[in-house]
Design a protein around this ligand. Structure first.
Ligand code: 13P
Length: 250
């Protein structure tokens, strides 16, 4: 089993260039006592600044989104090759905010996944059920279909470039986190689903992150679960102390 612990900060639409530089400067002064790989995802206009500032640091930079086309008349969009060109190696795809506010569906996400992989980008693939799905007992079915429709067409070799991020929509930005038991139950289900569609090795090697109101106070308990390999952190990633308290919760 060679999967990694990963803690990634999704900054969403926060931080000017000056704030980005200041937060990164704070982050680089923190001591890392855990074995977790650390990733930050600033907004696209600040990616180049972040990559430049973090040259030589172990903190990696990811993009929050990417267009599926190679290039062309897609006003306002950013391509995989543009991300690579500024030194980005990882892209977040499928975040629930992109699904909800920008109408990204499984078919589109499958295209984005293919494009990202063809450019050698690693993907943090997000998915998760809404509150009604959970109340109606459909959360396992929803998660399984999100995975099957957008990434289960990949070969097992391509899975080395995939990081999964289970983010129940009802836990994002709400202060309500899934209990460590709920996270473990879903992560174990996800790993079983990968194992059944691929093989045990692929399932054991993929890092599955939990996202949704992870804070310094709850990170340790969530990360203690055997199938939780890290976190995708929103609000708490905007403060260096909180983010590193979470990184060091492993
Ligand atoms: P919060 O940590 O603010 O709930 O956000 C989680 C998230 O959406 C990370 O991608």
């Amino acid at each position: 089993m060679s999967r990694k612990h990963i803690v990634a900060g999704n900054w969403k639409m926060n931080n000017t260039q000056a704030e980005t530089t200041a937060l990164i400067s704070d982050l680089t002064q923190k001591e890392k006592t855990s074995n977790a790989e650390v990733i930050i995802a600033p907004t696209s206009i600040n990616l180049y600044t972040a990559v430049s500032q973090l040259e030589g640091s172990s903190i990696q930079v990811a993009a929050q989104n990417m267009h599926q086309a190679e290039n062309g008349a897609y006003t306002g969009e950013i391509s995989a090759s543009m991300l690579k060109d500024v030194g980005i190696q990882t892209v977040i795809l499928g975040h629930s905010e992109r699904r909800a506010y920008f109408y990204e569906n499984d078919t589109l996400l499958a295209q984005k996944v293919n494009t990202a992989l063809s450019h050698g980008l690693r993907i943090i693939f997000c998915f998760g059920e809404e509150l009604d799905d959970r109340k109606n007992g459909k959360h396992f079915d929803i998660v399984e279909s999100q995975l099957k429709n957008a990434i289960f067409h990949l070969t097992s070799d391509q899975w080395s470039q995939i990081i999964l991020a289970y983010e129940p929509v009802w836990a994002i930005g709400t202060g309500e986190t899934a209990s460590p038991e709920q996270a473990q139950e879903m992560h174990a289900f996800i790993r079983k689903t990968v194992s059944e569609s691929y093989d045990v090795t692929t399932a054991n090697n993929v890092s599955i992150l939990y996202g949704g109101s992870v804070k310094p106070a709850n990170a340790k308990e969530i990360f203690s679960k055997p199938d939780v390999d890290g976190g995708l952190i929103g609000g708490a990633a905007l403060k260096a102390d909180d983010f590193f308290a979470i990184v060091n919760a492993f």
